[in-house]
Design a protein around this ligand. Structure first.
Ligand code: NAP
Length: 289
């Protein structure tokens, strides 16, 4: 069993840290809004630290799950940041979906302190975090990965090292590029089926057994057809992820025409107040016409 810290107890981090405790690891938590950390400690009987530095100081494996690059820098740097408390040989494991640049930057900063860094963004959403069934895409050094992997397993069904620091974030970008065009295709198909007067349930039951099958189809078809979006992965987060992918593509020269278009379609959803809706709300751009 490891001494761990968990920094960032949002929709994802709260249940992930809970799985660490359930597997018998020692867990010290820190959250910007302290009430959430106290609620977590009351539920899981772990320790609450006053700062990210204090949380990290107690741990061999320090997990992070915040929002974006600036949030990561806010919890990692400075006198009270996690890096200031990072013990020699400890591993900082970042589950935030962020840029590959910030991953490389934090890997260098951890190494300067004699520690290690693994970027480890996740796929599987809130349900995956709650069920301990996330897919974790990692970048970093093999030795550090080997030490972090058994801890990450507490909330994952798949944990893979894809290359040096930044490779996990680059893989998450590939994941989001796959999803963006697919959700728009699904939205167009459902809207078409409805306008064609088909029984959408029967259509799904039929085509989900064929080549059109996907996770998005299995898990989102019904709610999309019903127009329900008050759950799941928020459009605001998706736009952040697509911005990161589009910025990376500008550098590596990969054309992303469909991804860039879908990013703009999500912008329309935000403009009508759907920033917190699930990403399947793309269909509202079609149904409201
Ligand atoms: P969330 O519920 O909004 O939680 C964000 C967490 O980060 C909160 O604990 C928040 O603290 C903390 N935080 C944000 N900015 C901070 C700052 N500047 N300083 C300190 N703490 C800060 O978000 P989430 O849904 O858990 O998502 C977290 C990450 O996972 C994001 O990168 C997201 O893209 C990714 N992700 C999410 C999902 C999903 O389905 N939700 C799926 C895959 C990946 P407070 O409590 O004080 O606000």
């Amino acid at each position: 069993m490891a001494r761990t810290a968990f920094i960032g107890l949002g929709v994802m981090g709260f249940p992930m840290a809970g799985h660490l405790r359930a597997k018998g690891h020692e867990v010290t938590v820190w959250n910007r809004t302290r009430e959430k950390a106290e609620a977590w400690a009351a539920k899981h009987s772990g320790a609450v630290a006053a700062t990210p530095r204090e949380a990290a100081a107690a741990a061999e494996i320090v997990c992070l799950m915040v929002g974006d690059d600036p949030d990561l820098r806010a919890v990692c740097y400075g006198d009270q940041g996690a890096l200031a408390g990072l013990a020699r040989d400890a591993v900082l494991v970042d589950h935030t979906t962020a840029s590959a640049d910030v991953a490389r930057e934090l890997a260098a900063a951890a190494a300067e302190r004699g520690g290690h860094f693994i970027d480890a963004p996740v796929s599987g959403g809130q349900a995956g975090a709650e069920n301990g069934a996330l897919t974790v895409m990692c970048g970093g050094e093999p030795d550090a990965f080997a030490r972090a992997e058994p801890v990450i397993r507490a909330y994952a069904k798949a944990v893979t090292l894809l290359g040096p620091a930044g490779s996990g974030q680059l893989t998450k970008m590939v994941n989001q590029i796959c999803i963006a065009g697919l959700v728009q295709g699904l939205a167009e198909a459902i809207n078409f089926a409805k306008r064609a007067g088909l029984d959408t349930d029967l259509v799904l039951a039929t085509i989900s057994k064929g080549a059109a099958q996907s996770w998005q189809m299995e898990n989102r078809w019904k709610t999309m057809a019903e127009g329900r979006f008050d759950f799941g992965f928020a459009v605001d987060w998706m736009r952040k992820d697509l911005r990161i992918a589009i910025e990376e593509a500008r550098r590596n020269g990969a054309p992303l025409p469909v991804t860039a278009l879908v990013d703009q379609l999500y912008r329309l959803v935000q403009q009508k107040g759907g920033g917190r809706w699930d990403t399947s709300s793309l269909i509202t751009n079609l149904t409201e016409r």
